[in-house]
Design a protein around this ligand. Structure first.
Ligand SMILES: [Zn+2]
Length: 136
């Protein structure tokens, strides 16, 4: 077995409950279900982070993300849905194989995604935007 749990799942060496699978993307039930119907969507190739995706992989991955999100909404009747995609240790990436969490949400479900709500001055936002624009 490779050390990558998602590669082991994709190779059939570890269990998962698949929702969707094609040549380049797979979706399976998350082991953790903070709300029912939480799904993980992954590229079938071992791609570690978002930065490593090709444009084609990006398109294929996010087309499946939207497809699965619609299925979750239809089946669960969820009132909302969060996408969570984490990169690297500081970003709290728990498995080093790119994955997108699709978490259906209901009002008052107790799930908390939180950061401080402090608005930056426009000048600071313009400076940050200019730095990013220069990086393309
Ligand atoms: Zn992997």
């Amino acid at each position: 077995m490779t050390p990558c749990v998602f590669c082991n799942i994709l190779a059939g060496r570890a269990e998962a409950s698949f929702v969707y699978r094609d040549a380049s993307v797979a979706a399976f039930m998350s082991l953790e279900q903070p709300n029912p119907y939480k799904v993980l969507v992954v590229p079938t190739a071992h791609v570690e982070t978002l930065y490593d995706l090709t444009d084609a992989q990006t398109a294929e991955l996010f087309q499946v993300v939207v497809k699965v999100a619609r299925a979750i909404r239809l089946v669960s009747g969820c009132e909302g849905l969060n996408l969570v995609q984490s990169n690297s240790t500081a970003g709290q990436q728990d498995v080093p194989h790119l994955h997108v969490h699709l978490l259906p949400r209901w009002s008052g479900d107790g799930v908390v995604l939180s950061w401080p709500h402090v608005e930056e001055p426009r000048a600071a936002l313009e400076r940050l935007a200019a730095e990013l624009k220069s990086a393309f």
